[in-house]
Ligand binder design. Sequence first.
Ligand SMILES: [Fe+2]
Ligand SMILES: [Fe+2]
Length: 180
Amino acid sequence: MPKLIEELRDEHRQMSTILDVLENAIREIDRAEGVDLDLLKLLMDYFCQFPDEIHHQKEDLIYARLRESGTESKASHLHDQHTKLEALSKQFSRYVDLIGLDLEVERAQICKAGWDFVDLSRRHMEMEEKYFFPEAQEKLTAQDWETAAREAEQSFNKTDQKEFQALASEILQSDIERCS
Ligand SMILES: [Fe+2]
Ligand SMILES: [Fe+2]
């Protein structure tokens, strides 16, 4: 399997686990009980940056190669969904900031923004696992993968990637401590 696809699948697994934590946080907001604002802020730091700055951009690089190969992709809405996910994460993050400021915001409205983000994130990853990754693996040549990997290497700072890994670990650790 191309290294980039392996990385993307690992990132999906990680995002999916962190989405589970976010789902619990949204349920707590909904029940108006013990909302852990620090954890929510860490979650939104992660979801407002990692997918947009690293994960989606790797996928966009692969999609560009797929387009160049003349493939009629079933994932033609990939980039539109990335834009939509960015807007949804930012919207929910604005609501999280309002909770922090103790401003009166409808709980139902905050939860809806959270669920909209979670639902589209999960559907989007499912679509990529089902159509986009297999299609890319089938159509792209070894040379295409080399080019995409080189572009990714040049575009993404390893330090940033490590910082996001550290943020993900911090989220999962605080979730474990909270539940224990
Ligand atoms: Fe994506
Ligand atoms: Fe993805």
